[in-house]
Design a protein around this ligand. Structure first.
Ligand SMILES: [Zn+2]
Ligand SMILES: [Zn+2]
Length: 321
């Protein structure tokens, strides 16, 4: 009888506990926003490569291409609130927004202003990049400290470099792992990132050719964001086109990556769509058609400000101003 009573009390609590746990799992654990899905060519609809990952109360930025602060503003994320910037490699399309994120996060924003050092994590080269930016902008920094009384610590930098694959960031249950990718023999270092939190993960390929390491780190991930490069068949004889394509992944190759890694959702970002004055770039639909030759799973063609809420399921949102 006592046992029955006890069970009568314990069981509802147990069920309640399970329901709360299930509910927590159903919530979004990671939110990813594609701030810029472009490449070096200046385009109004595809800004320079940059991806915001909001996770565990932190705002992590992966690359800062052209226009990153404008895209942050469009989603009401103060640029000064970025907790850390991760760099995949040192091609300018991935870095031209860095001085803007760094300085604007300090200059603009009132209470949203950054008052602690700008944290940058990247493969070898990050220290040199940031030290030279500090030199380039030394006069502006001096003027603003004297004139506007901005806090000097907010424009300081805290840069961490790494040489090997592995965990490069750990904070309140969030883990970021860097892994080497193959962007061609002359373009080193080049890495991708895997972000983990609460049993969920997101993988960003960085710029790469078809690479087993993306499959290794991307296997079973929730969201696999992959670059893509493509030209119409009539351009494939062009040596410049051939050289660019040798640094990147075409849709059929990306489809092979997706088929092996089996992410919950595959997403294209960083569109290198090669064209000439007489030959237009291929369309988004053509990219999907090509990908479908090697992959039949869930796929999104990324757009600037497209976002993904990752919980038990992945919800995709298109930007509406
Ligand atoms: Zn690039
Ligand atoms: Zn690149």
């Amino acid at each position: 009888m006592r046992k029955m009573l006890l069970r009568g009390i314990v069981l509802p609590f147990l069920l309640l506990g399970l329901m709360i746990a299930a509910d927590a799992r159903a919530e979004s654990n990671i939110k990813v926003t594609l701030l810029g899905t472009g490449a070096p060519i200046p385009l109004p609809n595809r800004f320079g490569p940059s991806t915001l990952v909001e996770v565990g109360g932190q705002k992590l930025l992966f690359d800062a291409g052209r226009g990153a602060p404008i895209r942050l503003r469009q989603i009401n994320v103060p640029v000064g609130k970025v907790n850390a910037l991760f760099i995949t490699h040192y091609h300018s399309d991935h870095t031209t927004g860095i001085p803007d994120v760094w300085i604007t996060g300090w200059v603009v924003g009132g209470p949203a202003r950054r008052t602690t050092p700008f944290r940058v994590i990247g493969p070898v080269g990050a220290k040199e990049l940031m030290a030279n930016l500090e030199k380039a902008d030394a006069l502006d920094i001096k003027i603003r400290i004297e004139d506007e009384k901005l806090p000097p610590e907010g424009i300081a930098t805290a840069v961490e470099e790494f040489e090997n694959d592995g965990v490069v960031y750990q904070q309140d249950g969030v883990r970021v792992i860097a892994f080497t990718v193959d962007h061609g023999p002359a373009i080193k270092p080049a890495v991708g990132y895997r972000i983990e939190y609460n049993g969920r993960s997101v993988v960003i390929s960085g710029d790469t050719r078809y690479d087993q390491n993306v499959i290794k780190y991307g296997t079973g991930t929730d969201l696999l964001i992959h670059e893509v490069c493509v030209a119409r068949p009539e351009l494939l004889g062009n040596v410049v086109v051939q050289r660019i394509m040798a640094h990147h992944t075409d849709p059929q190759e990306a489809g092979r990556v997706f088929s092996q890694a089996k992410p919950k959702l595959a997403v294209y970002s960083h569109f290198v769509l090669l064209a000439t004055d007489s030959t237009p770039p291929i369309t988004d639909n053509d990219i999907v058609v090509e990908t479908r030759k090697t992959y039949d799973g869930p796929l999104e063609v990324g757009e600037d400000l497209m976002s993904f809420e990752i919980g038990n399921t992945i919800t995709v949102h298109r930007y509406k101003p």
